[in-house]
Every structure is written in C-alpha cells, then in structure tokens.
Design a protein. Sequence first.
Length: 309
Amino acid sequence: MEIKEEADWLLSFHAMVLHQGISRAAQVLGVAKSTLSGHLRQLEERYGVRLIQRTTRQFQLTAAGDELFRHACTLVETLERTRNQLSVFAEQVKGLIRLTAPLSSGAHIMPILIREFRERYPLTRFDLRLNNDQLDLLQERIDVGFRGGDPGDESLVARQLTQHMRVRRILVAAPEWLARHPLPATPEAFADDAVIYLPFDQWQLQHEQGPRLTVTPEPVVICNTMESAVQLCCQGLGVGLVTEFSARDAIAQGRLVRVFSQWSAEDYPYYLVYPSRMAPSVAVRRFIDFTCEAFAQGRFYGIRPLISV
C-alpha cells in the first residue's frame, strides 16, 4: 500500500510542476485542490525535505523538488512506455495524439492530415497546438511535432518529410500596390518596399535558370507570422516573400499576384519529430507512417516534387 500511495503522490507532484501550480493541476486532473495539497505535504513529510519555495507567488521548486521532479518524470515515462508497448496487442488503433506545428504550415496541412487519418482510424482523437515557438515535446507531453528548417533538439527523432519535395516561397504583392509601383527589372528594387516575416530578414532568391540573388530589405513592416505577412501584402503595404500555400487563397481571389515568377526562395526542409525516449503508441506510430506517406505522394499545395519546376 505504501508504494501505491507514494506513486500517487509522485504523479500528483508531476502534474503540479507541469502545470505550474496546485490549482491548475487540480483542474486538469479533476480532483480537489486539498487532495493535491495533501499529497505535497505527505511527500515532504516522507522525504523530510521542502519541495517548493513558499515565499513566492510562483510555483518555484527547491533543489530537492527539482531532483524529485526528474524522478517523477521517469515514473510517468515508464508508465506511458508500458501502456504504449502493450497496446500493440490491441486490434483497434485508438487514443489521443498530441501534435504541435508552426502556425502557417500547421493551419494548412494539419486539418487535411487529421481528417484523412480519422477517416481511416475513427477512434483516434487529436490535441493540436499551433505555435511558432519550438515547444519542449517531453515537457509538454506532445507526441509529434512539425518543424521547418532546423529540427532542433538532438534528443528528438527527426524524419525529413520534404526529402524529395520542395517547400516554395514566392514573391507577392497586391494589384493596387503594383498600380502605384512600376515593376522594376530585378527583385532588389523591392528592398525599400518589403513586408518582412521575421525569420527571413534576408531574401535568398534563386532564378529558375540558376542564378542566385541575396536581397537585404529595408522593411516597411516586420511581422512574426506568415499569415500576417500575407494580410499586410493584401492591404497594399509592399512586397512579401511568403510560402505558396499561405498565399494560395489570396492569389485565387485576386487580392495578391505573384511578382517575378521566375524567382523563388531557396527550398527549406520540413521535419516530423518525436521524442526518442518515449515509445510511441500504436496510434502515434500509425500517424507518423501515414504522414510520411502523404508527403511522399505530394498531396499538399505548395509542397511539390523536386522534379517539378
């Protein structure tokens, strides 16, 4: 009985730290705050140490609390690994799959993937978080992440989804802006009329016949999401370098047109990542394989086979 109680206390402590407080952890777990407070008190009495600082409003761990949290994480990972490994004996693919992806690509790609995957495996559920920050997958208990460019943490397993594909970025502007600004001979002339999406402070452009060009704009507006760059261009504020899929609807509606169509930005890779320390559930493994297959078939607008121009 002591081991079971202590395991329950550790799981409660893990939730308190993960959600940065007793109140939020109690909401997530669906238990009373007094229950979690009691578990924390019992842990401190059992080990004879103080686990959190009580002199601050923040949920701040002591050195002992930090050490105990690492052990609690190990316990949670062991339980999840056991459950996932035993799930191979179940015939049905079911359960929750937690995903994170960048805002622009996630908004375009994830709804398609989730709909098609659930058509095949209707007992699966999803928790989707779109965020341009690279979340800590272990800390946030996320099963699969999608990342453009650098996959990040070396502890993650990274599978390049665009190994045989290209993610295209193109130059676009609103028709009314072009009516006020005659089209120059080269993209360099747009340097003083640019709408800049923050990660791309330089435009590394390549001509379809081979020449390369680096443009360092003096931006009219700097923004931190691809969607805002597209909308700013639609308002006639300047020229933007955006992903083809983020500008698709605006181009189709005539609110944007592509300029210098013979130029595009250099391709960048797109990765699927997942924690190497966790054994993926059957549902997560199926989703990973399903996603890799979907990208290999080139089923996404703006992400095309390298053999195409």
